[in-house]
Ligand binder design. Structure first.
Ligand code: BTN
Length: 329
């Protein structure tokens, strides 16, 4: 259910800078004048500057740039994604809170966002470094009606969404390193962690965790990952508005998700392959079973990586890693 606050934000944002009367808001949202006043006070706490004039109503003079439930919902053009947002300044991991909310029946499209994570989780039990106000650290709850074995497709979908936003809106040249690392100039800028609660033939929920390094400068990337990690700012020389980036990701995600649900995985697969890192090249592939040279030929319908080993046979890889050392010159 969309909250009254997010409806109010919608009404104010479409009237951007112009007065809207208390009566009009009250009619639109079916709430009392005093309830409106209380909501306005909450918005002010978030840094909005609101002018209230007798006979004219309310208008917003200034919106804050910091990330909050309200700023992300401000002007957000989505139908279901981000209609319910929980924002925390600091948290252990947005994944953990998202799981709790999902178990408490949080709806499809609920998002947890944090300014900082003290125990950010990466894939394969790794840590995910999440410096305060420097990146996007968020978890999206989904309740897709697909079979559990197809869930990896949603990770690949998410990777294409992030790559699309970077390419089409930020004019960068991202690649996707299987399964889900977004790479700029051979260094990782973003990663995705998908976790799910499911039975044999039904998904209860999926939590898609997205980490993106945005405004770190060189000195803000920890030494031990310096050679492998980067940020949008390091690559573009520009500082980015994190709130706006989150909104762009939500809009692109919703569009891509609808395509996937309505038309299946093939469009996403093609798009993923168009961004595929080192596709057609020989790399070193590390799986639980072996470390071998392989040529990456693409991805399969079920999201597996297709790799041709020296025996000439194309293998489907479900879990493993393309070794960084095998691909660096
Ligand atoms: C990876 O590349 O290893 C995945 C990184 C995923 C990091 C994100 S940040 C938001 C969410 N919360 C977490 O603790 N992890 C994911």
């Amino acid at each position: 259910m969309e909250s009254t606050r997010s409806k109010l934000i919608h009404v104010l944002s479409i009237n951007d800078g112009n007065f809207i009367s208390g009566q009009e808001i009250s009619d639109l949202l079916q709430i009392s004048r005093s309830a409106i006043w209380k909501h306005m006070k909450e918005l002010e706490k978030d840094g909005y500057v609101i002018e209230a004039k007798r006979n004219k109503g309310y208008r917003i003079i200034k919106s804050p740039s910091k990330v909050s439930e309200n700023t992300v919902q401000w002007g957000l053009e989505t139908n279901w994604l981000g209609k319910s947002i929980l924002h925390k300044e600091t948290i252990n991991s947005t994944q953990l809170l998202a799981h709790q909310l999902a178990m408490d029946n949080a709806p499809h499209g609920t998002v947890v966002i944090a300014d900082e994570q003290t125990a950010g989780k990466g894939r394969l039990q790794r840590e995910w470094y999440s410096k305060k106000n420097k990146g996007i650290w968020m978890s999206i709850i989904l309740r897709p009606t697909i079979l559990p074995y197809l869930a990896p497709q949603l990770t690949l979908l998410t990777a294409t969404v992030l790559a699309d936003v970077m390419k089409k809106e930020l004019e960068l040249d991202p690649k996707i390193k299987w399964p889900n690392d977004i790479i700029l100039h051979d260094r990782k800028v973003s990663g995705i962690l998908t976790e799910m609660q499911a039975e044999q033939d039904q998904i209860q929920y999926i939590v898609i965790g997205i980490g993106m390094n945005v405004n770190h400068d060189d000195g803000e990337i920890p030494d031990d990952i310096q050679s492998k990690a980067t940020s949008l700012m390091i690559e573009s020389g520009k500082e980015w508005d994190i709130t706006k980036l989150i909104q762009r990701i939500f809009v692109a995600f919703e569009k891509s998700y609808a395509e996937y649900i309505n038309h299946g995985f093939s469009i996403i697969k093609k798009r993923w392959e168009s961004y595929g890192y080192r596709l057609g090249e020989k790399v070193q592939l590390k799986t639980f079973q072996s470390v071998q040279d392989a040529i990456l030929t693409g991805i399969a319908e079920d999201g597996a990586l297709l790799a041709k080993y020296d025996d000439g046979v194309i293998h489907k890889i479900y879990s493993g890693e393309i070794d960084w050392f095998g691909i660096r010159h």
